[in-house]
Design a protein around this ligand. Structure first.
Ligand code: NAD
Length: 443
């Protein structure tokens, strides 16, 4: 099949690359020319395990193309994916300007039957807006072209995106046309061989499924963070409680890790957008509000612990931060807990040395260049360089390489002896026996 994927970010590039891997000819379209030029030279805009090889091989073999021309890419394409960003607006609602701009462009370029697939996470009712936008453009052109709009939300996780795309738990198709259904089922058939993972439903149902899934996962995290706060005040170890409740098959072990808050480009914005949708439809989303506000507090939890240990004036103190990305396996720092912590530490007068295995380039985008120039924030060469002269080491992102530190090296590099474990990765007893003071979350 010939496919166009508009938007070459985390979702668009993985989608395009994985469909090209199955023998389809895929053109990835973006407005960012620099990104496209780099991709043609084999330089990927994001870090995602396994993606590099698939992109380079398929580009070389002609299955994967990059273009800034939607018109050229759509010449023979029967399916066009919209995979552009839907960032939050000030009021929390999803900003649909990129999605609708693409819809309008599609309307201008479409000449034969096309399945227009919304892969971006969009509020319920967006497919109707996309349809209306395309119809308006066609009307202005005086053209009559048949098309269907499909909702196909994406459930990949950054850090394991290729694997998730290649072996999805489910493929949700919000479709109300038999013709579009046959195109989409054919396209997904290589990913659907082992057993039927395709769930066909109404378009609005599919749009809502994505928000409900992300809100459920965010709720699990915020719930466990709340339990951790209560445990801490009662002298209870939340890690024992986590294992105790996780063994109940009705609860399960996944997504109940307490920590220093969730970030990323999806959970924060999708919970906010669902809150907004809910209010717009006269329903007070008390639970989602609580999920959101618990997470906002949780992002401050490490800073509060640091202040209660060292006092509110942190001038002259130095902290070594391990991890900047919002989670391991990605270079993405959107809404990362590290940003809140580092900003607060610097504001309180501290010096910060930070290291992340993949997000060092990204970090330049998120912090005030003056802080970097004045060396109030130093981007370190490696994890042990980050703790040089530090009063404390603070684990923020649980990359594998941070899981079993060389405590001797930490002792040699650090001037202090405190470890703040923002992800409960370490055994408090072992850390204490290695000569450090241990402070975790809810234990
Ligand atoms: P991203 O910001 O990484 O990429 C978006 C891309 O779209 C950028 O390269 C941008 O240049 C391009 N773009 C913007 N406007 C354009 C236009 N008019 N024409 C062509 N290209 C344009 O975004 P992302 O993380 O891939 O997310 C895309 C969507 O998928 C969002 O709605 C997001 O919520 C959803 N989603 C993301 C993830 C994730 O883990 N990142 C997972 C599931 C769903």
């Amino acid at each position: 099949m010939k496919i166009t994927v508009v938007g070459t970010g985390y979702v668009g590039l993985v989608t395009g690359a994985c469909f090209s891997e199955m023998g389809n000819t895929v053109t990835c379209v973006d407005v960012d020319r620099k990104k496209l030029e780099n991709l043609e030279r084999g330089i990927l805009p994001i870090y995602e395990p396994g993606l590099d090889g698939i992109v380079k091989d398929n580009y070389k073999n002609g299955f994967l193309l990059f273009s800034d021309s939607l018109e050229a890419s759509m010449k023979d394409a029967s399916i066009v994916f919209i995979a552009v960003g839907t960032p939050p607006k000030e009021d929390g609602s999803a900003d649909l300007q990129h999605v609708l701009a693409v819809a309008s462009e599609i309307g201008k370029c479409m000449n034969d039957y096309t399945v227009v697939v919304n892969k971006s996470t969009v509020p319920v009712g967006t497919a109707e807006h996309v349809t209306a936008t395309i119809n308006k453009v066609l009307e202005n052109r005086g053209a009559e072209v048949e098309f269907d709009v499909v909702s196909n939300p994406e459930f990949l996780k950054e850090g394991d995106a290729v694997n998730d795309f290649m072996k999805p738990d489910r493929i949700i198709l919000g479709i109300e046309s038999k013709k579009a259904e046959s195109y989409m089922k054919e396209l997904y058939s290589p990913f659907n061989r082992n057993h039927d993972k395709v769930q066909v439903m109404g378009i609005k149902d599919a749009e809502m499924t994505k928000y409900a899934a992300n809100s459920m996962l965010a709720t699990k995290i915020s719930f466990m963070n709340e339990i951790a706060c209560i445990c801490e005040r009662l002298g209870v170890d939340v890690e024992n409680v986590r294992k105790g409740i996780g063994s109940d098959t009705r609860i399960g072990y996944s997504f109940i890790y307490p920590g220093c808050g969730y970030g990323g480009s999806c959970f924060p914005k999708d919970v906010k957008a669902l809150i907004r949708t809910s209010r717009e439809n006269d329903f007070e989303p008390t639970l989602l509000d609580a999920v959101e506000s618990r997470n906002a507090s949780q992002k401050n939890v490490l800073f509060k612990k640091i202040v209660s240990k060292f006092g509110s004036d942190l001038s002259g103190k130095s902290f070594g931060i391990w991890g900047l990305a919002f989670k391991p396996g990605t270079d993405d720092m959107r809404e990362a807990s590290s940003i809140v912590l580092i900003t607060s530490l610097i504001e309180a007068g501290a010096t910060v040395r930070a290291y992340d295995p993949q997000a060092m380039g990204e970090a330049l985008e998120y912090f005030d260049p003056t802080c970097l120039k004045e060396q109030r924030l130093i981007l370190a060469q490696n994890q042990y360089d980050a703790v040089t002269g530090a009063d404390a080491m603070v684990l923020v992102t649980e990359w594998k390489q941070f899981r079993q530190p060389d405590y001797k090296a930490l002792q040699e590099e650090m001037t202090g002896n405190v470890i703040f474990d923002g992800r409960n990765q370490y055994s408090p007893e072992f850390v204490k026996s290695a000569g450090f003071h241990y402070i975790g979350i809810g234990r």
